[in-house]
Design a protein. Structure first.
Length: 367
């Protein structure tokens, strides 16, 4: 299978055929299901291409399966022995495109510390949904070359299974998929960030991630030991930096979808053409164009301005966020009914630049 970036329908069907030959036939994806997956979304303008995302999935699966079949991981600790393919049931997979204002506000909201708040989260929005960030959103990830562009959230027996697609949306490079689990906690519903990080290593998620990473990057003729070390180091950075960021986003988003279900809106698509690669004007027409599901289409960031001009011994104020938080509100008969309420973060627009300009003008006037 060639790993080109021209992710046409024909290329994807051929990729699925190649993967089907590598896995147990009972998990093979039929042509009809492959077309359903390819046609499932048309990403709105300014968001990563759905077709490029699933193309990256296909390349990663094929590469990992090839390494397993050809014993490229032989002798390595906790190396995978079974390959993977695409999910057979796509009926419950919903994709939401989130606006930058809402995504940033969620990232500037503290996760509820009170276990009773977390227990109010309704998980009926699951079993599976995806959240796609705009090309311009840069708040989740290790660095600008490895930003989270999509997060998949799935309800499983052990907790919430999280997959993060990282990459650069406006480049030809692949999206790399990493995953972890937010386990259920019998005392408080969902585990804390530190418990989630511990679970990541205790249950060998780091091995699973960096073998996938190695498979898509090593030379096809052999195993690259140096790449193995780099991938291992990447997993520690992923645990320290990305897991806390994504945990915060996921918990806050589930709280919001529980307390304000109207945050979701649906729009008919404006185009029935999809790009076939990451640049230029190569497109492909689609039939039965799906609707676009938005998160935060009418949401606006709360902004306050620090306008008082500083004189005397006063100090200038930098722009900053006043963090948001969650509370439970008691209501109904006997105030026994509990409801989540979001006290939204506020962006404080500072006056430091104005103050510096005022001070400089005063200095010039005195001279």
């Amino acid at each position: 299978m060639t790993t080109n970036t021209h992710l046409t329908r024909e290329w994807f069907l051929n990729a699925v055929k190649a993967i089907n030959k590598q896995i147990d036939p009972k998990f093979a994806l039929s042509k009809e299901k492959a077309l359903e997956l390819y046609n499932k979304e048309i990403s709105p303008y300014g968001y990563p291409s759905h077709q490029k995302m699933i193309g990256s999935d296909a390349i990663e699966m094929y590469a990992l399966n090839s390494c397993i079949i050809n014993n490229k991981f032989k002798g390595l600790k906790n190396a995978p022995t079974v390959g993977s393919g695409f999910a057979l049931d796509l009926s419950n997979h919903v994709t939401y495109y989130i606006l930058d204002d809402l995504a940033e506000s969620l990232m500037n909201t503290d996760v509820p510390k009170d276990s009773s708040v977390v227990q109010l989260i309704k998980l009926d929005v699951l079993p599976v949904f995806n959240v796609v960030f705009s090309n311009d959103f840069e708040k989740i990830g290790n660095e600008k070359s490895s930003l989270a562009k999509k997060i998949s959230i799935a309800y499983v027996d052990e907790g919430l299974s999280i997959q993060i697609y990282q990459g650069k949306a406006n480049k030809d490079s692949l999206y790399y998929r990493f995953e972890f689990l937010i386990p259920f906690n019998t005392d408080s519903g969902l585990a804390s960030i530190s418990e989630t990080q511990k679970y990541f290593f205790d249950n060998n998620y780091h091995y699973k991630n960096y073998y996938s990473d190695i498979a898509t990057r090593v030379d096809v003729h052999g195993y690259d030991a140096e790449r193995y070390e780099m991938a291992r180091d990447l997993m520690y950075s992923f645990s320290d930096v990305v897991i806390p960021q994504v945990y915060k986003f996921v918990i806050n988003l589930l709280c919001l979808m529980t307390s304000e279900p109207d945050i979701i809106s649906v729009e008919k698509p404006k185009s029935n053409y999809v790009p076939t690669n990451g640049k230029g004007f190569n497109t492909q027409k689609m039939s039965n164009v799906p609707n676009v599901h938005w998160l935060g289409a009418d949401f606006t960031t709360s902004v306050k301005y620090f306008n008082t001009l500083v004189t005397g011994n006063g100090s200038a104020k930098k722009s900053h966020w006043r963090r948001g938080h969650w509370h439970t509100i008691s209501q109904g008969p006997g105030r026994l009914q509990k409801k989540l309420r979001w006290f939204k973060p506020v962006f404080i627009k500072g006056n430091k630049q104005e103050v510096e300009s005022w001070r400089q003008s005063n200095i010039l006037m005195k001279n």
